[in-house]
Design a protein around this ligand. Sequence first.
Ligand SMILES: NC(=O)c1ccc[n+]([C@@H]2O[C@H](COP(=O)([O-])OP(=O)(O)OC[C@H]3O[C@@H](n4cnc5c(N)ncnc54)[C@H](O)[C@@H]3O)[C@@H](O)[C@H]2O)c1
Length: 348
Amino acid sequence: MKIGIVGLGWPGQQHVRAVEELEDAELTAVCDMDPAKRGAFEGKCAAFDDPDRMFRDSDADAVVLAIPHHLHADMTIRALEAGKHVLIEKPMARSVAECRRMIEASERTGKTLMVAHNWRYTPWCVAAKRIVESGELGAIRAVRTEWLLNFRPSFPKGSWIYNGDLAGGGAIVSLAIHNVDALRYIVGEVEEVFTKQLFTDDWSSDGAENWAMCQLRFDGGAIGHLFTGYTPFYPPDNGMLYVYGERGTMFFGPWQGETGLWIRSASRSEDPEAGYERVEIERHAPGMAGHAQTNQMRHFLDCLKNGRTPETDGREIVKTIELTEMMYESGRTGKPVNRTIAAGLESR
Ligand SMILES: NC(=O)c1ccc[n+]([C@@H]2O[C@H](COP(=O)([O-])OP(=O)(O)OC[C@H]3O[C@@H](n4cnc5c(N)ncnc54)[C@H](O)[C@@H]3O)[C@@H](O)[C@H]2O)c1
């Protein structure tokens, strides 16, 4: 399978590594408007400065798009219409309306559309889902997840990522989208959200929140909390997810000096004070590579070769964007938003 990659920033480089690690994939084209980034590939594969020229003139069967959010929808549609299968970086797009246009283009052209929600291809995340499904934790009652980072070393002041119109929001959509999607994947669909945001950062503008907290209520009755921010001075447990069940608690994060997936449950020890055990990830997610983007690319190629629907196709991931839209609507109105209210807003 011949692959082309547009956008050679950090995520683009992860896709390059994934292609290089898989025997049945070959990197035949790259594209970046930055001459230094595409220059590094000259002599190795075709290097373009214009994505549309790459879609038209390269021999790639499929393209990976790792470009700023305001380009996601239109560039995906143009690639699909040029006959390429597409793996688009997260977030799928800035709005449900943009996502629907992308899904329509995929279905019209018969070309595959997959979203690079790499947590779903990360061994700990797959293991966490399988443990919840196994019933070891009993009925899930609560979940808590946080993701905080300092974006400043990666994105200079004035970057598109601090502009809410271009990025589609702030920390929720640029960072915690991973957690939002993982909550749906591991725990289930969210029925209601209540969001508080702060816009206290003079690097951010046009509705890009630099802090956000959301309270959640899931279909199954569980309650949840999501906290995110992309300004400096993040805590040591900056990326974590806790799942609390009637019969046990599981968390991903640092504990006793090691980051991993940890569990204690009634089936392991009836003593509720017993210590946490490290989950044997390989037992629950066998054969997965440590590099999530390699697992993700393997799944993409498998779907293309065998005509299968990707686990993170457009129809699945538009639901993640529906949820972030609910979060933003709640932040704007200062009121809880449930799926009935959100559906009413959409049909207006
Ligand atoms: N999955 C992850 O863990 C992860 C991590 C970081 C970023 N991302 C996502 O990846 C995407 C890109 O993020 P980034 O941090 O690399 O952004 P970025 O601003 O660094 O842009 C990526 C590259 O795209 C190039 N580019 C931009 N517009 C272009 C155009 N019109 N034509 C050709 N090249 C163009 C830029 O020169 C840059 O090299 C975003 O969707 C972001 O949310 C995903």
